[in-house]
Design a protein around this ligand. Structure first.
Ligand code: A1AUG
Length: 552
């Protein structure tokens, strides 16, 4: 089936190349060898197809789910979504993997080296300009963001793969030994896989999140089934083809497209030993209950930034605020949702500069664009609710984007900032509303005076998701105070602090929740994708003078 399908694909691709006009031919010439789509060619008249991969083969399904182009509403990608009645091969595939995994420190250790080699090849391939360009453009088609933002995602993924070349995968599974109490006894601590696992990832980082998580799972010896939001799964489908070309064994992981209900059914039936979920808190809580807590989460964040009393580098900080709140149209789980500004900044011109920067953003280059999970009406309604709070006002934005063909199901709004007084934010009737995460280009701004830092810290304490944060100050005592009394998992501190743009070398993940997952670093991989196993060797000899003790 696999060969058949991929041959069929290649034939179709070749036919497309042959019949294409000259401009298209040159685009196809630049399409990488593993690819079955061309980012420039995908359209209503030439739709892309996304398949599933299970038990070593590419498969279709009885049902195609059409994805619409977020920029014009045209049906442009059809995804073979597995139905509830079709999950058997996926259940069987996962159950083929034992709990002790495909490899572990005492079984098939050569596979750690194999994954070092696969990573080296994949890093090299992804580093080729035509390949990174291919992925950046494909990301742009399904999760509209500027070319630079899309490319950054590819570069983070490429560097991550470089980090785990050579011996670096086996070093992830480094064990330790502690001397025992008597001759022949010692304890060894090992990083052990979970075996069959599942990964569910969202639309906003179509490559970075699924790739980093799936590779981490594989490195530690697990067999994952991966489900990416169907709106963007074409990107990871193409990446999987690249990985196969780089030597990823076909049986090591499965790739499924389905709706949430079918995925839930699969999880309940296949019973993976660990599920990693990245996405909304609502779904996260449901999964945690359905899967009896066998889950790790990287859920939403109402991420905050505090500007300290020392006003400096206003232009730079305005630019970072603009990037943090509005790059990718605010659709990063790390996006700045609230800005606490010390009163010293009021006369610095910061807010005017932020307004000017937000006005540079335009749909043509996707520096602002469609919001995939919140409609324009919902964002406007949220803003109007905030405006009912005494003392609140629109600082800038607040209007729908104009002259576009973004379909109604998606949102389209100008970068928006709403001011709400700090005392009002803290009132119990308002707090939930003000700290509701809007996954779009939307932030709340407030101000605090010297004696109100307590209130700011109280607000941060009362929030219930603690992903990223920024403390913008070079005052060491201020930093110490704020950092010592907060919990966010990825916190930037200092005058250049930001909330977004964590590369592969910064742990990225929430803190303050025992289910919190991380992504990117060796620590994140070890924590999420392996558990501790201790083997206590006690091989003797039994002392010559040993005598039977009395009963205890
Ligand atoms: N690197 C991205 C987050 C990726 C999510 O897991 C950011 O910093 O916004």
């Amino acid at each position: 089936m696999s060969r058949l399908l991929s041959r069929r694909h290649l034939a179709a691709a070749a036919a497309a190349r042959r019949s294409a006009p000259l401009a298209c031919v040159s685009r196809w010439l630049h399409t990488p060898s593993f690819a079955t789509v061309s980012p420039q060619e995908v359209s209503g008249s030439s739709p892309a197809e996304v398949h599933n991969f299970v038990q070593g083969s590419w498969t279709a399904s009885t049902n195609w789910n059409w994805i619409v182009d977020p920029l014009n509403g045209e049906k442009f990608i059809k995804v073979a979504e597995v139905q509830g009645t079709e999950i058997k091969p996926f259940v069987e595939s996962l159950s083929k993997c034992p709990k002790h995994g495909l490899h572990n420190p005492l079984k098939a250790p050569e596979r750690y080296l194999m994954y070092g080699d696969i990573s080296a090849k994949a890093a090299h391939m992804l580093g080729q300009p035509e390949v990174s360009d291919f992925f950046a453009k494909l990301i742009q088609r399904v999760s509209p963001k500027s070319y630079q933002q899309a490319l950054a995602e590819v570069q983070v993924s490429q560097k991550f793969l470089e980090n785990f070349c050579g011996d670096q995968v086996r070093f992830l599974a480094r064990s330790f030994a502690v001397p025992g109490n008597h001759l022949g006894q010692r304890s060894n601590g090992y990083r052990w896989p979970y075996g069959p696992v599942a990964i569910i990832t969202p639309f906003n980082f179509p490559l970075e999140i699924p790739l980093l998580q799936v590779m981490g799972a594989l490195y530690m010896g697990n067999k994952p089934v991966l489900k990416v939001d169907s709106k963007v799964s074409v990107v990871m489908e193409q990446m999987l083809r690249l990985l196969h070309e780089c030597g990823l064994p076909a049986e090591d992981m499965d790739f499924i497209n389905s709706d949430g209900i079918t995925m839930n059914k699969l999880l309940v039936e296949a019973n993976p030993k660990m599920t990693l979920f990245t996405g909304s808190s609502r779904v996260a809580e449901k999964l945690a209950a359905d899967l009896n807590g066998q889950i790790k989460l990287e859920d939403a964040g109402f991420d905050w930034k505090i500007l300290g009393p020392d006003v400096q580098e206003v232009d730079y900080i305005a630019w970072v605020c603009d990037q943090d709140a509005y790059a990718c149209s605010g659709q990063k789980c790390s996006a700045q949702s609230v800005l606490f500004m010390h009163k010293n900044w009021s006369s610095s011109g910061l807010l005017e500069k932020m307004k000017k920067l937000s006005e540079r953003r335009k749909l043509e280059d996707l520096t602002i664009g469609p919001v995939l999970t919140v409609t324009t009406e919902a964002m406007t309604e949220h803003m109007n609710n905030l405006l009912k709070i005494p003392g609140s006002k629109v600082l800038f934005g607040g209007e729908p984007l104009e002259n576009h063909s973004i379909p109604k199901i998606y949102g389209a709004i100008k970068p928006t900032a709403v001011f709400v007084p700090l005392e009002e934010i803290l009132k119990s009737g308002n707090f939930e509303l003000v700290t509701k995460e809007i996954f779009g280009p939307f932030q709340v701004v407030t101000e605090y005076s010297e004696d109100q830092l307590e209130l700011v810290l109280e607000a941060c304490e009362r929030m219930n998701a603690h992903l990223t944060a920024a403390v913008v100050s070079n005052d060491p005592l201020f930093l110490q105070e704020v950092l010592g009394r907060s919990v966010n998992g990825t916190t930037y501190a200092g005058i250049r602090a930001r909330t977004t743009g964590a590369p592969q070398n910064h742990w990225f993940g929430p803190a303050g929740d025992p289910r919190g997952a991380g992504i990117g670093t060796p620590e994140a991989i070890k924590l999420v994708w392996s558990c501790h196993r201790e083997i206590i060797y006690d091989i003797g000899p039994v002392p010559k003078n040993w005598a039977l003790p009395s009963a205890t």
